[in-house]
Design a protein. Structure first.
Length: 252
C-alpha cells in the first residue's frame, strides 16, 4: 500500500507539472500572436521614419543638427531591436533545427559581446569538454540564447567586485546541460518565479525590455529543451539550459 501511495503521489506531481507546462504554452501562444501583430504594425512605420532621418542626416550640413539626427537614429535603432525581440518571442527559431555544437554557439555569442565585457573588466571562464556531443538546435537561435544570458550576467555584475561569468557544460544521459553562472546581485526570492515572464524586468526604465529571458526560454522550448533559473540575492545567479542530443555519453 505504501509503495502504491508513493507511486500515486509521484504521478500526481508529474500531472501537475505537465498541466502547468501546457497552461504556460497556451499563455505564451496567445501572447505571441498578440505581440506578433503589434510588432508587424510598428515595424513598417518605424523603418520609414528611420530611412527619412538617415536621408536627412546625409543632406544636413550643420554639425549640431547632424549630431541630433544621429542621436535620433540611435534611439530608433534601439526601438527596432525591441521590435525584433518581440518578433523572436512570437516566432521562436523552430525551423532549420539540426545538430549544433554548444561551443560554437557560445563562441559566436562571446564575439558579439566581447567589447562590452572587456570594458567592464568581466572575465569569462568556459568549461566545455571536447567530448560534448552536438545538440538538437538552430545555431542562430542558440547563439541568441547565450547572448541574452551573457548580457543579463554582464548587467548583474555591474556593481560587483568579483566580475566573472562561468559557462560550463556536461552530458547527462541523452541531454546536454549548460550552466551560465555569475556572482552578481542575484534575484530576490519574491520575484524569482517571474524572471521568465514577458516584459518583466528589474532594470531601470530604458535599460531593458523584459523580453530577453522569455525569448530565450521560448527558443529553447522550440528545440525541445528547457531553461531554469537559480538565484540568491547578493550571491549570484545560475541559468541552466537543457538540450537534447542523439548520442549516448562517452565512457572512458
Amino acid at each position: 500500500i505504501k509503495r502504491t501511495q508513493v507511486l500515486l503521489q509521484k504521478t500526481i506531481k508529474e500531472l501537475k507539472t505537465t498541466q502547468s507546462r501546457i497552461l504556460q504554452t497556451e499563455k505564451l501562444s496567445a501572447l505571441g500572436r498578440l505581440v506578433a501583430g503589434v510588432a508587424h504594425e510598428l515595424n513598417n512605420p518605424l523603418m520609414g521614419v528611420l530611412n527619412y532621418i538617415e536621408y536627412a542626416q546625409g543632406r544636413e550640413t550643420q554639425p549640431k543638427v547632424r549630431t541630433l539626427l544621429g542621436k535620433a537614429i540611435r534611439e530608433l535603432n534601439r526601438m527596432r531591436r525591441v521590435v525584433n525581440n518581440m518578433l523572436t518571442f512570437a516566432h521562436p527559431a523552430d525551423e532549420g533545427i539540426g545538430l549544433v555544437y554548444v561551443g560554437e554557439a557560445v563562441q559566436r555569442a562571446l564575439e558579439l559581446i566581447a567589447a562590452d565585457l572587456r570594458h567592464q573588466n568581466i572575465k569569462v571562464i568556459t568549461e566545455l569538454p571536447a567530448t560534448l556531443p552536438p545538440v538538437r538546435a538552430n545555431l542562430d537561435g542558440l547563439q541568441q540564447v547565450f547572448l541574452n544570458l551573457l548580457t543579463n550576467a554582464r548587467d548583474a555584475l555591474s556593481q560587483s567586485r568579483e566580475k566573472t561569468i562561468t559557462i560550463a557544460a556536461c552530458q547527462q544521459g541523452r541531454q546536454v546541460c549548460v550552466r551560465v553562472k555569475d556572482q552578481g546581485v542575484g534575484v530576490p526570492a519574491l520575484i524569482l518565479a517571474r524572471v521568465f515572464d514577458p516584459f518583466f524586468t528589474t532594470k531601470p526604465p530604458g535599460k531593458g525590455t523584459g523580453l530577453g529571458l522569455s525569448v530565450s526560454r521560448n527558443i529553447l522550448l522550440g528545440f525541445g529543451g528547457s531553461l531554469a533559473c537559480d538565484s540568491q540575492e547578493g550571491v549570484g545567479t545560475t541559468f541552466t539550459l537543457t538540450l537534447e542530443t542523439d548520442r549516448p555519453p562517452v565512457h572512458k
